[in-house]
Ligand binder design. Structure first.
Ligand code: ACO
Length: 446
């Protein structure tokens, strides 16, 4: 984008014929007028720096805690229209991908920009599935965790630990190296997750079975006991695969912003994705599925829902799994997830917490508090119920979110690296602390 040039030119002519893609700003402190270019309905924040009271002035900044109205990048990966409840990966609607694609094919789409041909898909699947093994030393490393360590903590540290096993990952501007780390990261996520799960149970680790597909192999590593060959249930395998598709990317959310920010220091992708996984762990982000289920258990019965909603409205607690920074409409993923929930319940039996969840949703969608704030169920509201019915403990829920999100993180990380406009991420601050003060010796302090 061009820089804004201060102009004192009078603005003339009729609005339609002389429509200019610019914004005119008048600084009432000085009376000066500035014309700032508009590109894609956006002005460049640096153009504001021209707005100064005098030459010694630093220039104007915009203040945007939590980046709620700041575009930090130009992206071509994922599109969301939060008001209309639209989510698309590389232009393809999430509903179509959930119905027709597989997780690995969707991951390829996110990373490479196009759906693969049959040959490309075969090659891609081969490479990912042949990078599922982890170094034997990582097993020892996992053994060091306490039996009740949260699997997200184990996942974060193990992903970070991978950077020590693959020092070649430092060559981030080598396309071949990036490809290899991508196979490793996407391939090893289910293995680390499953090993962390087995560790908490004190059960022996199950090695990857490359004859199974990505999701089937994950179920094998999680749940296989004494079978000589494990055959995953096709309904559960497909349900998990669709959940993986739905969680694969979500544009500039907290963890994606983290991988872009940390990656902008040019650290290796294992370290950057460990940071993104840590961001996802938080209860306001990927940890919300675990919190949503805990909340449903705490509510305990349908009769107690109105009382709980009262507490939410009084600001005492949040209705976990509700609300979203971007969606001010039903989260399109939640709609698909609700459908999957019924398919899983048909096989595994209805989750008794479902009635409580449906009652929370029913009341919230009618209640003025939620309607006014446009709070709808998000992706995390129903996933916990499905995961619980599939036999996962609550602590594994955010891990199940992290596995597929790796493809989105890497796609966004690579886009950031190859974007000539990007630099090390380094926001400004508005400093309101003390001006200079002199050091007070200890004995003179009150
Ligand atoms: N329950 C009750 N009230 C809520 C909720 C909720 N879940 N979410 C937002 N609100 C209220 C806020 O109190 C606020 O009300 P106010 O205007 O009277 O102060 C208003 O709605 C706006 O909320 P903000 O917190 O400003 O919205 P923001 O965009 O910052 O937060 C967030 C989005 C973090 C997702 C929030 O809705 C939330 O905490 N939800 C619960 C946690 C959750 O489900 N997170 C998962 C999100 S999806 C994901 O990350 C994968």
């Amino acid at each position: 984008m061009d820089s804004a040039l201060p102009t004192t030119q009078p603005k003339t002519g009729d609005a339609k014929s002389s429509r200019r893609e610019t914004l005119t700003i008048t600084d009432n402190r000085t009376g000066k007028t500035y014309e700032v270019p508009i590109t894609h309905d956006t002005i460049h924040a640096n153009d504001l720096r021209k707005i100064k009271v005098d030459d010694g002035d630093f220039g104007m900044m915009s203040y945007d805690p939590a980046y709620s109205n700041t575009a930090s990048c130009i992206s071509r990966v994922t599109y969301i229209d939060g008001d209309r409840g639209i989510l698309r990966y590389r232009g393809y609607p999430i509903e179509e991908l959930a119905e027709k694609s597989t997780y690995l094919e969707t991951a390829y789409l996110l990373l490479r920009g196009e759906l693969p041909t049959a040959a490309q898909l075969k090659e891609w699947q081969y490479h990912v599935l042949h990078h599922t093994y982890i170094h034997e030393s990582i097993k020892k490393f996992l053994d060091g965790f306490h039996y009740d360590a949260h699997p997200m903590g184990m996942l974060i540290s193990t992903i970070a630990g991978l950077s020590t096993f693959y020092p070649d990952a430092k060559h981030i501007f080598d396309a071949e190296s990036r490809k290899k780390q991508t196979y490793r990261l996407i391939g090893k996520m289910p293995t680390i997750a499953a090993f962390a799960y087995r560790h908490t149970l004190g059960m022996p680790y199950v090695y990857p079975d490359n004859q199974l597909n990505y999701t089937g192999n994950f179920l094998n590593m999680l749940f296989r006991t004494s079978e000589t060959s494990y055959q995953p249930n096709p309904t559960l395998e497909r349900a998990l695969d669709v959940l993986f598709i739905l969680h694969a990317d979500h544009e500039q959310n907290c963890s994606t912003n983290t991988i872009r920010g940390v990656g902008s220091s040019h650290v290796d992708p294992f370290s950057a994705s460990a940071a993104a996984t840590a961001a996802l762990y938080g209860p306001l982000h990927g940890g919300a599925n675990e919190e949503a289920l805990r909340m449903l258990m705490e509510i305990g019965s349908v009769q107690k829902v109105p009382e709980f909603i009262k507490r939410v409205k009084a600001g005492e607690v949040r209705l976990m799994g509700f609300g979203h920074r971007i969606y001010k409409n039903y989260d399109p993923r939640a709609r698909i997830i609700k459908k999957i929930a019924y398919e899983v319940f048909e096989l595994m039996g209805k989750n008794p917490l479902l009635e409580i969840a449906l009652e929370c949703e029913r009341i919230a969608l009618e209640d003025e508090y939620f309607v006014k704030r446009k709070l709808y169920p998000n992706v995390d509201f129903y996933t916990g119920l499905i995961y619980q019915s599939m036999g996962f403990p609550m602590t594994m829920f955010p891990v199940l979110f992290a596995i597929p999100r790796m493809s989105g993180w890497i796609a966004q990380w690579e886009e950031m690296l190859l974007d000539a406009e990007q630099k090390i991420a380094r926001p400004r601050q508005v400093y309101l602390g003390y001006d200079t003060r002199s050091y007070v010796p200890l004995e003179q302090r009150a």
